[in-house]
Write a protein that binds this ligand. Sequence first.
Ligand SMILES: Cc1cc2nc3c(=O)[nH]c(=O)nc-3n(C[C@H](O)[C@H](O)[C@H](O)COP(=O)(O)OP(=O)(O)OC[C@H]3O[C@@H](n4cnc5c(N)ncnc54)[C@H](O)[C@@H]3O)c2cc1C
Length: 417
Amino acid sequence: MQRFSAFALIRQALNGQKGWDRQWRDPEPKPAYDAIIVGGGAHGLGTAYYLAREHGIRNVAVLEKGWIGGGNTGRNTTIIRSNYLFDESAALYDHALKLWERMSQDLNYNVMFSQRGVLMLAHNVHDEQVFKRHVHSNRLNGVDNEWLSAAEAKAFCPPLNIAPGMRYPVLGAALQRRAGTARHDAVAWGYARAADALGVDIIQNCEVTGIDRDAAGKVTGVQTSRGAIRTNRLGIVAAGNTSVLMAMAGQRMPLESYPLQALVSEPVKPIVPCVIMSNTIHAYISQSDKGELVIGAGTDAYISYSQRGAMHISAHTLEAICELFPMFRRMRMLRNWGGIVDVTPDRSPIIAKTEVSGLYVNCGWGTGGFKATPGSAHLFAWTLAKDEPHRINAPFNLGRFQSGRLIDEAAAAAVAH
Ligand SMILES: Cc1cc2nc3c(=O)[nH]c(=O)nc-3n(C[C@H](O)[C@H](O)[C@H](O)COP(=O)(O)OP(=O)(O)OC[C@H]3O[C@@H](n4cnc5c(N)ncnc54)[C@H](O)[C@@H]3O)c2cc1C
């Protein structure tokens, strides 16, 4: 693999940028693989990378029906944080955050991880109590999180409006300083490049249309738009399409798929120094390195597979943003889009073996899985390689919806972005 370094950049600049190699191959599918990952989002690509790097399983294919990173990976607002309430979630998301902190070096690819801090606004007494509870719980779990008064929040984020009398007054905020954002495409590309260098075949434009099983029910391969491929280890990492794929193996999933939308403004000079989230009004805002304000909304009220959200949802979000940041009122929105998020009843993910031998599933990240990408991929690779969960993802099993041992982040925060 051609390595990126200051020296390489200078050499290529002097060379007219003509010496860069392709970042990954475009192979034809082989007849059989030791493991197949369905879904070329960052979770799937990362899984293939860790399978090859940490478990020596290199005869692996990632099958993607479109282009890599074209699903939710390339559509999200890139908020990364680990200040979740429950012990299980804090362990999972902080495992991911620690991997984010060294990802660019690990992959030799700049994923533009920026620990600019995430500020979560409290607008009423309930919010304040919930966030303070999070702060205490996080500290007990060794996860950084602190409570700021409204004035301290404004000092941290000067454009924030904390004037009294607003529809959504700011009473204070929880701040995780290690939290931030990353460049979503770069995460997919960085994993793809590193996995490819270890021998993983990344096969785009290859839709999985069926799952083959033998008489005993064990997975034997997949049917795809590019022919049948054999494997006895199949990982499904298909976000909003998970239910459709799992139904091919006769599995009914505890998932609902909703559109979730985001929008960006015209680019402006740096003005928003951190990420600001408001769970109460379902509005999230940060500023990209290009200068666009990146704004996220809540999910649509109805399940759907259309990759766009309803107008009234974004209108409500923009009204709230303008109230929190009056100076943005005259800005123009440049574009909006949607993704399909897979939501579980407790808003926590599933990273697990299934009752079908050889079939594994990683899903249920809903509105908040980008932040978990490296942790999710790392733990799913472990589960596939060892045929058992890692201690961190053991609670995130399918059985919890029967046993009732839920990890109810939905009840804890009303949202789990
Ligand atoms: C608008 C929006 C904003 C968000 N904001 C945030 C945020 O700020 N922070 C955060 O942490 N998370 C956020 N999320 C959630 C986050 O994007 C997802 O949880 C995460 O990206 C999921 O990654 P993935 O790799 O599992 O899925 P994806 O990137 O969706 O990858 C799944 C892939 O599977 C492929 N696929 C599906 N069916 C098949 C098939 N039959 N055959 C082959 N391939 C198939 C799809 O084409 C897709 O590329 C947001 C999501 C959206 C939509």
